[in-house]
Unconditional design. Structure first.
Lengths: 228, 525
């Protein structure tokens, strides 16, 4: 090969490389900035109807506040909490229901929670913090009823602890407003379908959710079908 | 180092004997699996581990009994005590199985064969006279070098003519060699060995120990030594330092099993923690109690593997069952006469903690243990009822179909009741919120009168409004009523109720129940 031809090829190659680099830089600019994360900290896909809410998955350790816009929608909010818990619990994972004695066990079983791994813990107001900390330390998912007017320091400490222990906390109950949470799901409407005038049975429920939060969800309104 | 000469008594039909049905065709099931059967059922081909349905298929005449762990443990205490009158250092393994070192007793009674014949007689005699039960074919008794070989000898003795088998000293390895590899006591290793074509313990024992440790780790070494008729641990079991024992006092004295079992869970965890801090595990321990009248009772327990906290707590429960029944019934003269004031757990034999660490892949066992500890903490704070799990049972209402069981109690319920037909049961989906106590509520028709349900299950008029805890709500749709007539044969327990689903304009859907002319809100969807 003549020397000049080789030189030309070399130049071509360099040009090409420069082009590639510029191209890559442009692509990198479009990508969101990300820092490497541990596998255990990576968002995990959510199963069931809640996949629509958390489209990019949910990182273990996230706190989610589930509440109802009106007292008449409290049962619908609880159904949301159950469905969400069933959607995020890892296989063979453990779920604690802290202070939620009214949670429907049959509904939990229907949603796909394993009853052997669903533990109900009593949480009288005086011992609420202690029980909640014990649950957050050990379980994979904690459905937590926040009492009316909780101590804010206690709530903050719990949320921090949940993040550190990679425990997903689903907060409900009368004091849920005090629980900030990284995602807030407010049930603003519900409509059951299947009942006629003296005939039929309840089939599915369409709930309207108002989403708000810092990380895993954007503020928006969404309709979900539960119990399908 | 040759293993200690050991006698094992293995009463395979123990649950049948306890049920007092050794002469009939019966199978005993726990969690839908056969755990024991009488001779008649065995002759028809029923085996331990069969599903209940398969057992009934093979032996249709057999009656199915539910396994009662408490009764088994209670009754076996009598057998252990009877054998203990004859030989020292008797160790209970679990209800139906006991072991003891035989060198001294064997010399005293004139040889191994004479000793085990004597032991068999004593055990059967105790069952016949003290418990007044039919011992049936009696237990299998085996003697060999080491606990493992003796256990297999006892099981092999079940098919021997006089139900006793002596493996001569130094012949344990030969005795074990033709046994199937599944007897090794570790299902994981047995499974792999079988797939590798190693079908007998002899074939497994012939492997090079270094290969075994490379493939199976410390558990493999233990299995290999067992298969070779050697002592499992190569090290001398240590004499544990006395400060490792833990105790708990009861004031007022404990007279119920639950109270003792509950306290035992906490001290067993403490014991395990203390041992683990020194890198040790216990394989034998002494459970000792003292009564209010200063009487002392102690029982030694041994386990093939390490005794963890839950295994220890389980054994305390078995033990307490036996002793406290003695208190209540005064079956013999030296039974304790008062409640228990002190419970002490003393590790009797400890080994270095090796190979029983958490599993490689993230460890489900580690998560389970973490959860168990957290629950123990909550129960310690608020009592055993504060942590419960749910079991589905038969019933009509959403609350009646669920039974809450305190954590740590057996999750056993009558099998099949949940799947039985329950006329009047409201179909799925189930309500998300079930009220602890039903709340009074008004279900009104268009004229503002209360909706009534007739004896034939018909509503007086369609419901139009519901006045409940959240105010007035218009009814959008309704279904039912589902009439439930419960226990009509029982004048005190009889209940007549009817349930109705209503779905309201506010978005709420309720399950309402009418009883005695009044409506209640039972649950919300």
């Amino acid at each position: 090969m003549a020397p000049e031809v080789a030189a030309e090829l070399l130049v071509d190659g360099v040009d090409e490389k420069v082009d590639r680099r510029a191209e890559l830089r442009a692509v990198a600019g479009r990508l969101p900035q990300s820092t490497p994360v541990l596998a255990s900290q990576r968002p995990r896909p959510v199963r069931g109807p809640y996949a629509q809410v958390f489209q990019h998955g949910l990182r273990p350790g996230t706190s989610i506040a589930v509440s109802a816009a009106r007292p008449s929608l409290e049962a619908a909010a609880l159904r949301n909490a159950i469905t969400l818990a069933a959607g995020v619990v890892p296989p063979d994972g453990w779920v604690a229901a802290v202070g939620v004695s009214s949670l429907g066990v049959l509904a939990a079983a229907e949603a796909g929670l394993i009853l052997d791994h669903l533990v109900f813990l009593d949480a009288p107001t005086t011992a609420w913090g202690t029980v909640a900390v014990a649950a957050v330390d050990a379980f994979d998912v904690v459905v937590l009823a926040v009492p009316r007017r909780p101590r804010l320091a206690e709530v903050r400490r719990l949320a921090g602890r949940a993040r550190e222990r990679s425990t997903t906390v689903i907060a409900t109950g009368p004091g849920v407003a005090a629980w900030g949470g990284e995602a807030r799901l407010v049930t603003s409407a519900a409509a059951w379908d299947g009942l006629g005038d003296g005939h039929g049975t309840l089939r599915t429920c369409r709930v309207t959710l108002d989403l708000d939060g810092r990380g895993p969800v954007q503020a928006r309104r969404l309709e979900l079908t539960l119990g399908a | 180092m040759t293993p200690e000469r050991t006698v094992v008594l293995w009463w395979e039909d123990w649950p049948v004997v306890v049920a007092g049905r050794a002469a009939d065709a019966v199978v005993v099931v726990a969690n839908n699996k056969v755990v024991a059967m009488s001779a008649a059922a065995r002759a028809d081909g029923v085996r331990v581990g069969h599903r209940r349905r398969e057992a009934q298929g093979r032996c249709p005449s057999a009656e199915v009994l539910v396994f009662d762990e408490g009764a088994n443990a209670r009754a076996f205490e009598t057998v252990v005590a009877a054998v203990e009158d004859l030989c020292p250092r008797v160790e209970a393994v679990r209800p139906g199985v006991l072991a003891f070192a035989s060198r001294g007793p064997s010399r005293y009674f004139g040889g191994d064969a004479a000793l085990i014949a004597r032991i068999r007689d004593v055990a059967c005699h105790a069952v016949r006279t003290t418990l007044r039960l039919d011992p049936g074919d009696g237990p299998g008794v085996g003697v060999a070098d080491g606990n493992f070989a003796a256990s297999l000898a006892a099981r092999a003795a079940l098919s021997a003519r006089d139900r006793a088998l002596v493996v001569p000293p130094g012949k344990s390895a030969e005795f074990l060699a033709p046994m199937p590899v599944s007897a090794i006591g570790d299902t994981g290793i047995a499974d792999v060995a079988r797939r590798l074509g190693l079908r007998t313990l002899g074939a497994f024992a012939a492997l090079d120990p270094s290969d075994v440790v490379g493939r199976f780790g410390a558990a493999g070494v233990a299995a290999h030594r067992r298969a070779d008729g050697l002592e499992v641990r190569s090290l001398d079991p240590r004499q544990p330092p006395p400060e490792l024992s833990v105790e708990v006092t009861f004031d007022p004295p404990a007279e119920t099993v639950d109270r003792i079992a509950f306290a035992a869970r906490a001290v067993a965890a403490e014991l395990e923690e203390g041992l683990r801090g020194r890198g040790l595990v216990a394989t034998a321990l002494v459970i000792e109690v003292e009564t209010d009248h200063g009487e002392k009772r102690a029982r030694r327990w041994r386990s093939e593997g390490a005794l963890n906290a839950s295994a220890v707590a389980e054994r305390v429960r078995w033990q307490a069952e036996g002793w406290l029944t003695d208190v209540a019934q005064q079956v013999d003269d030296d039974a304790p006469t008062a409640g228990i004031t002190l419970l002490r757990l003393a590790p009797h034999e400890v080994h270095e903690h090796a190979g029983t660490a958490q599993s490689l892949w993230g460890g489900a066992s580690e998560a389970n243990e973490r959860v168990t500890r957290a629950i123990a903490r909550v129960q310690g704070l608020l009592g055993p009822e504060a942590a419960t799990t749910a079991v589905l049972v038969g019933g009509r209402g959403p609350g009646e179909q669920v039974r809450m069981i305190p954590w740590g109690d057996a999750r056993t319920v009558d099998i099949g009741r949940a799947s039985a037909p329950w006329p009047g049961r409201v179909p799925a989906p189930a309500p998300a919120m079930v009220l602890d106590e039903p709340v009074a509520l008004d279900v009104l028709d268009a004229s503002g009168a209360m909706v009534r349900v007739s004896g034939r299950g018909e509503v007086s008029a369609p419901p139009v409004t519901v006045v409940g805890p959240h105010g007035v709500d218009r009814v959008k749709g309704w279904a039912g009523p589902w009439a439930a007539e419960e226990r009509w044969w029982d004048p005190h327990g009889a209940r007549r109720r009817a349930r109705m689903q209503v779905c309201c304009e506010s978005g709420a859907a309720h399950l309402c129940v009418i009883e005695g002319g009044r409506w209640y809100l039972e649950a919300s969807y």
